[in-house]
Each structure stands twice: as structure tokens, then as C-alpha cells.
Write a protein that binds this ligand. Sequence first.
Ligand SMILES: Cc1ncc(COP(=O)(O)O)c(C=O)c1O
Length: 561
Amino acid sequence: MNERWTYPPMTRLREPAQANLESMHRIFTVPEAPDSTLGRIDQAISDNLAGFLQDHIVAVERDLVEIERDYSQSRIPEEPMYVSHYTEFLKDKLVSQSVHTASPGFIGHMTSALPYFMLPLSRILTALNQNLVKVETSRAFTPMERQVLGMLHRLIYTRDDAFYGEWIQNSRHALGAFCSGGTIANLTALWAARNCLCGPAEGFKGIAQEGLPRALQHLGCNGLAILVSRRGHYSLGKAADVLGIGRDNLVAVDTDDRNRIDMASLREHCARLRAEGIRPLSLIGVAGTTETGNIDPLDELADLAQELGCHYHVDAAWGGPTLLSAKYGGLLKGIERADSVTIDAHKQLYVPMGAGMVLFKDPTALAAIEHHAAYILREGSRDLGSHTLEGSRPGMAMLVHAGLSIIGRKGYELLIDQGIERARRFAQDIEAHPDFELVTEPELNILTYRYNPAWVQAELAAAPAEKAARINEVLDKVTETMQKRQRENGRTFVSRTRLAPGRYRGDRITVFRVVLANPLTTDKILSSVLDEQCEMAGTEEILVLLEQIRQLCAKAGSLPV
Ligand SMILES: Cc1ncc(COP(=O)(O)O)c(C=O)c1O
């Protein structure tokens, strides 16, 4: 046996790991002792990257058009190249032009720092190159993936030991499907829901066999619909498209002033659909909306789904790991009533990109999409590929297993709590600052705001609708310009999106979006983000825009300072 690849028994580890904020920070910064196998591999890679990325979001800012020129050759290279030469090319043209998503100042997207051990462990994955589609190419990886699905299932549905004893390694079923991310997870959930609703029955072989038109005929309806709030992720549109439901039948329901689905409006849509002979396939609750981090009323949605007799899916791609926090897990109350739940491990479980999951309450639910092939995925085999949309898949579950084992529930809890509390403090700072406007308060660890000088805020408060809309248009340009300049400056990064907050009578405004999941982001860094934006407010291009607002106000007869 090759000694190098044995997993060290727990007892051989030096001392039990402690879950405290300091140790959690260490795993994002301090590599394993350099003389360990992991340490040696890691060191070599980090040494090479460190010189390029440093503290900047992008090490050397080059125009994207210029970068495209480096990649415009369409001929496959005729002659071989030394790896060392190729690595030089990567260093110069790729690494130096990539985005430092791990930077504590990169707070605009859902991609953050990774614990140091993910890097060397990923190399083990590549070295073993297991294919999770079937046991013949993955062996122990298959039961490990099943275990990971079981752990996440238990986190959501809290069933007892006897339940998991029966189902976790049950060869005929799977508690969920592991996939490349939230998009495929959402699609898989709705695929299973569709096939279950339109399953085989007397005189009908099922939608999987006979297709949608025959299914609708069989159900006696004019179409199927999926209902989700306006804040639902765009992946649901793809699912509606691929599954033949049609994007027009993905109903975007209005939200309340906290970006949560408006239940009265949802009920009105359901009544309208019934009148049109369209049957609700699924209600979807979002637990952590992509743009604002809000959570739908999951219990109320469960009640309605029960009333309608339709599938209930919760998209917890972002917010799912909040369940690991004893303090904030309750925010997701009602998730345990969902028929299926999406969780992305490559978001708040701090696993590299390419790890998503959908979990099903009913351990036999995935039978609705079961498929077989003669050479693999034979009936009765333990192959996980018989319940997944994707075919060949890497053993990413190993990295989720690593995270859950090394960081532990308590470690994740600290990280989750810290993100939520930091977001709250940052929101307070924004509110206390006269020249910023907090647009959406953080429920989890995402918030939005904009630069809006005190005098403009006063004008907006008193302005009639039309004037307010025109002021907001100019403020949108301010936000857009500042966001671009900040990205180009390369010290910190926030993203931007467009929202329609209630106080602007439905006008859509452009806002900065902040996602606080990087454990290394400090309050000091956050205040430097605001400082940088205030500095930018004094630059020529922003002053010109503010002058436009002054003129708008003056025309309307008021006197801004
Ligand atoms: C709520 C939600 N659902 C689904 C997705 C899609 O996930 P992925 O990008 O992993 O496919 C995202 C991604 O941001 C998301 O925020």
C-alpha cells in the first residue's frame, strides 16, 4: 500500500483542534507546518502566487480588451512546450490578471477566502481523479459523498439516528444530489418535482417518457408554473426553460419592504393561475436572496404549498449554512418543511468552486429522475450517477467533508455569527454617516447602500415623484462611477445592483452591494471602503454629477446648500 495517501487516524493528530475565532482565522492565513506534506505542497503554490496578488484585488490593472489579445490565437500549438515555460506564461498573463477574490477588501461577491488546507487537499483530488458517476471509478468516494449528503440532510431535516442508519448508505436511493453548484441543484429539485407531479399513471407512462404536452393532457391543465419572489435567483429561469415549463410561467412575485415574498400577492397569483388552468408545480422560498441576503417567510410558504398540494423548494444556496449557528439558525425556521433544499458548499462552507447540493426530505424522492445505463448505473447498483443530472463528476464532496470535519459545526458557527454581526455594525456605520444611505438592512451578512449626500437626501425626502426619479437617475450614475473607479483603484471592491426600495415608489435605483463572508475582513477595512468613496466624491467626475442634481433642485425652486 502507498503510505503517502493514508488518512491519519485522529489520534495521531497533535492535539484536539479548538473552535475559537483565533483558530478560525488561522486556518485562513497560516499554513500547516512547512515540514508536513500538506505544508510543503501548499508553500510552493502560495509562494508563487503571493508575489502577484499581494493586497490588491487585481495585481496589475490592464484593459480587458488588451488581455483578450493574449488569448485570440485559435490554432492549437503545433510543438510541445516545457512546463516551466508554460508556467511563466501563466504567471505573466493569467495569474497577474486574475481577481484576488480572497482579499479581505473584496466584499462585493459571494466568493471569499478559502481555508489554507483546501489548496493541498484539492491536489489530492486531482491526483486521484475519481469519477463519482459510478462506484467502479470512485470506490470510497461514493460512501463519503453519501455521508456528506446525510450530514447536510440532518442539518436541515434533523431526523434521528435510525433514519440515517437506514438511508445514508442505502444503495437504491440518495438523500440528495451533489453537483457543481446552486444552478444545477435548483434545476435538479425542479426536475424531480416535475417528474413526480407528472409521474407514470394509468394510461400515461410519465413525463420522462412521453414529454410535456402529453403530461399536460394527462393532468388536464394548460401549463405548469413555478412561483418565487422577484428576488429569486436567475438560475430558476434557466430551470423553467430547460424543463419545458417556460420562462413566462416562472412567476416573479412582488416583495415586501424587506425583500421577502409578499404572501398576499402570491395568493393572488395562485388564484389567477387556477383561473387560467395553470397548475403550480412548485413554490420556492429563498433563504438568503442573492442581492440583499433576505429570507422569505419559510413557514408561511410551507403552509401555502401544503394547501395547494404542490412541491415546496427552498433555495438556500447562500443562507443554508446559517443553520450551523445556534444563534441565527432560527432565522430559517420552516426550511425543515421544504420538500427540497439547495445549499452551495462553495459559498458559506468555504469550499472551492464547483460544489453544490440539493437535499430531499423524502429519501425516495430522487427515484423520479432515476436513470440507468447498461454499462454503468445498472439497476440496483450503488452508483450515485443514477440520481444526478451531471455525468462524470469530481470528488468535491471530499472537500466539503474536510471542511465539516476540520472546522466543525462550532467553527462554522463562529464564522457565520461573525459575518452577520459585522454586517450589522457596518450597517450602523453607514446609517450614522450623513452622506450615505443604507438601502437594505442586513438580515444575514449582505447589505446594500449608496452614496447620497445629506443635502440630496433632504431634497429627495421632500421631492414630488417625478423630481425624485430624476435625482435618483443622477445618483445612479454616481454609484456606477464610484463602483467602477473603486474596482480600478484595486484596494477594495463592492459590487452594484439595481433595486426598487419601497420608499422610492417603485423606482429602481443603483446601489452598492456588500457581502461579508470573508472572515479576514475587519471593521477597519469596511470603514476604509467608505473613506475611499468619500474621497471619490471630491473628484471631478462626481462633482459634475452632483452639480447636475443641484441644478435639478434649483430649477424646481429649492435652494440646496
Ligand atoms: C440564492 C442563489 N441560488 C442559486 C445560485 C446559483 O448558484 P451557482 O452560481 O453555484 O450555480 C446563487 C448564486 O449566487 C444564489 O445566490
